[in-house]
Write a protein that binds this ligand. Structure first.
Ligand code: NAD
Length: 378
């Protein structure tokens, strides 16, 4: 049985990638992983140069996934990479995860997990069959104050929940969307690489996940209105989805990549009959607790009044802000606990089942909008 630091590989996440640095730094934060090798970039020369820069063993900078798998499996079991992070554009998540899980590697995968809900279900069955750990990096679930929100709602601090609202607004597609030749350079707007959805696949799914994560409720109905902005743009760049849970709680998921001037404006609010809670990603160390007839309270990380789950998700004393890297670090740490068969908390990392939920949501949003904004079951 493997012990000690977990040998980690990366697929994607190379020199110019957006999310790669977040994963690499996060992996080291809990001191549970060693980055050993991978296929860091689609370009082999870039991948090798990157491995050299990181002072990794050159023989573990692989050309492609086939090379990676045969190279690693040919090593003695105690030297092999044990867990692999898949950080490529969306269309490669499923084929790569399927092969890696099939060969017995633990997988840490970027969202959306697959291109279709059927693929996600198939992958979940394979994960179960192989008994490996599969962690889906819905990064925002790693923030201490999101975990506090989850713990407070579970403890009944809001009373009976009757309304929930998640917004994820960005504006970065605005400069590209208006001219066809500019759009061509954006893989997220290409159905072959991005999948069935741009906005809901990329960010709406995070908002959906945050509602289910914080409330513990299951969303089972969606009525959506999505917007591609131009007829010759096949994928959504904006939209709104009304949601209902199995016990009838109403809510809304609002997502946009054309909210001009917005950076990464995520806001999650949950209201109960006793109180409300609001968390905003651009100010992640503040959790606002609102009670009827009382001044609002601002809860902050690392303080003794917080839940154990939130406190365990903070590395430093109150007043020293932690952010996105730390949130991803918490997901890596939770995943490490599962890989090493230690006990871990519910919600320590999103799983393959969260991936299935996310894909079901994305497909229900698209179906609802296509059929004229009708309720669709998830
Ligand atoms: P990116 O275009 O910046 O980087 C993609 C990387 O994948 C590049 O290094 C590229 O060379 C590499 N790559 C492409 N094809 C490859 C192949 N066949 N083999 C090996 N490497 C290959 O993309 P990004 O913005 O970093 O997004 C990557 C993924 O991360 C997407 O699925 C996206 O949805 C997800 N993402 C998640 C979050 C989050 O908050 N969890 C944030 C941003 C992106």
């Amino acid at each position: 049985m493997n012990k000690g630091k977990i040998k980690l590989g990366l697929i994607g996440g190379g020199p110019n990638s957006f999310i790669g640095p977040v994963h690499r730094i996060a992996a080291y934060m809990g001191e549970r992983y060693d980055l050993v090798g991978g296929v860091f970039d689609i370009d082999y020369e870039q991948s090798k140069a990157f491995a050299e820069k990181l002072e990794l063993d050159a023989s573990r900078a692989y050309k492609d996934l086939d090379d990676f798998i045969s190279g690693e499996l040919s090593r003695p079991a105690d030297e092999r990479i044990e867990a692999v992070s898949i950080l490529t554009p969306n269309f490669l998540h499923y084929p790569m995860a399927k092969r890696l899980v099939g060969e017995g590697f633990h997988v840490i995968c970027e969202k959306p997990i697959t291109m279709t809900a059927a693929e996600a279900v198939e992958l979940a069955e394979l994960v179960e069959q192989k008994g490996v750990v599969f962690s889906l990096t819905h990064t925002y679930t790693g923030y201490p104050m999101v975990r506090q929100m989850k713990a407070m709602i579970a403890a009944g601090a809001l009373g009976k929940i009757h309304k929930m609202d998640a917004q994820y607004y960005q504006g970065w597609i605005n400069p590209f969307i208006h001219e066809k030749d500019k759009r061509a350079g954006v893989w997220r707007l290409d159905p072959a690489k991005s999948g069935q959805s741009c906005c809901f696949g990329d960010i709406g799914v995070h908002a959906f996940n945050l509602l289910e994560y914080t409330t513990g409720l299951t969303i089972n109905k969606v009525l959506a209105d999505i917007n591609t902005l131009y007829e010759d743009n096949p994928l959504d760049v904006d939209g709104t989805a009304l949601v209902r849970t199995t016990d009838g709680v109403r809510g809304i998921v609002r997502a946009s990549q054309i909210a001009t001037g917005e950076e990464n404006n995520i806001v999650v609010t949950v209201y109960g009959d006793k109180a409300g809670l609001r968390w905003e990603q651009e100010n992640p160390t503040y959790l606002k607790f609102m009670e009827e007839g009382k001044p609002a309270q601002i809860l902050k990380p690392g303080n003794p009044y917080l839940s154990e789950f939130s406190l365990e998700s903070t590395k430093i004393a109150p007043g020293h802000p932690e952010g996105l890297f730390d949130a991803m670090g918490n997901i890596y740490s939770g995943t490490a606990q599962a890989i090493r068969k230690e006990s871990y908390r519910d919600g320590a990392f999103p799983t393959v089942q969260d991936g299935v939920r996310g894909m079901n949501f994305i497909e229900a949003v698209l179906e609802s909008s296509k059929n004229g904004q009708v309720w669709v079951s998830i």
